[in-house]
Design a protein around this ligand. Sequence first.
Ligand code: ADP
Ligand code: MG
Length: 227
Amino acid sequence: MYSITGLTKTYKTRERGTIRALDGIDVEIADGELVAIQGPTGGGKSTLLQMLGALDRPTDGSIKAFDHDLAALGDGELTRIRAQRIGFVFQHYNLIPTLTAAENVEAAILPANSGSLSAAERHEQAREALAQVGLADRVTHRPAELSGGQQQRVAIARALVKRPDVLLADEPTGNLDEHMRDEIWDVIEDLWRTAGLTVVLVTHDSAIARRTPRRLRIAAGRLTELD
Ligand code: ADP
Ligand code: MG
């Protein structure tokens, strides 16, 4: 899925000078892997996820993925890959409060596909994605009528409805209590097992990280493999 060499990202800032957020990372992530990334705040976890997600280009090095080197692609190509291949889940759910769960998910169906879909077909795809995360009985609820864990599950359904190859999650349980953390973890693990997705998950939660097959640590922009 990803073959990464010498990946470096620097930010130039007035206050702190040049920051090496990623400092020469080499890593391979295979199709269908589930990988947890841990490490201290400011270590570079979110920056790496942005590179994996084609949200930004590195300063140096290469990211071979989706038959391209993402470091060498233009904005249009990066946008297309991001839209078609990658699902994102963040700590904050970023749902639209005035829309129901199903409408939030439908809004993420790709413009390229939605043109050829009827309203009923769009609705059905959204229902299916919500069913995949265990929310078949919450399709008409608005975010304020859902628990934090349920809102995050809607956000996961919204990422899934595009049928991505990769799911990238940046501290998806960061806002949740222990019980809801388990609930989100169960959903992500289940999707990974059943949908054949590659999942890369940033987490501070060592209980979750312990349950993933592979763990990486990033500190000061450098990556190490754990156990
Ligand atoms: P983490 O997600 O592990 O907490 P980040 O990847 O967000 O770490 O940040 C890594 C380093 O890069 C930190 O020192 C952070 O302050 C810096 N950084 C991240 N994004 C930017 C940016 N857009 N501009 C300047 N510095 C940034
Ligand atoms: Mg972060």
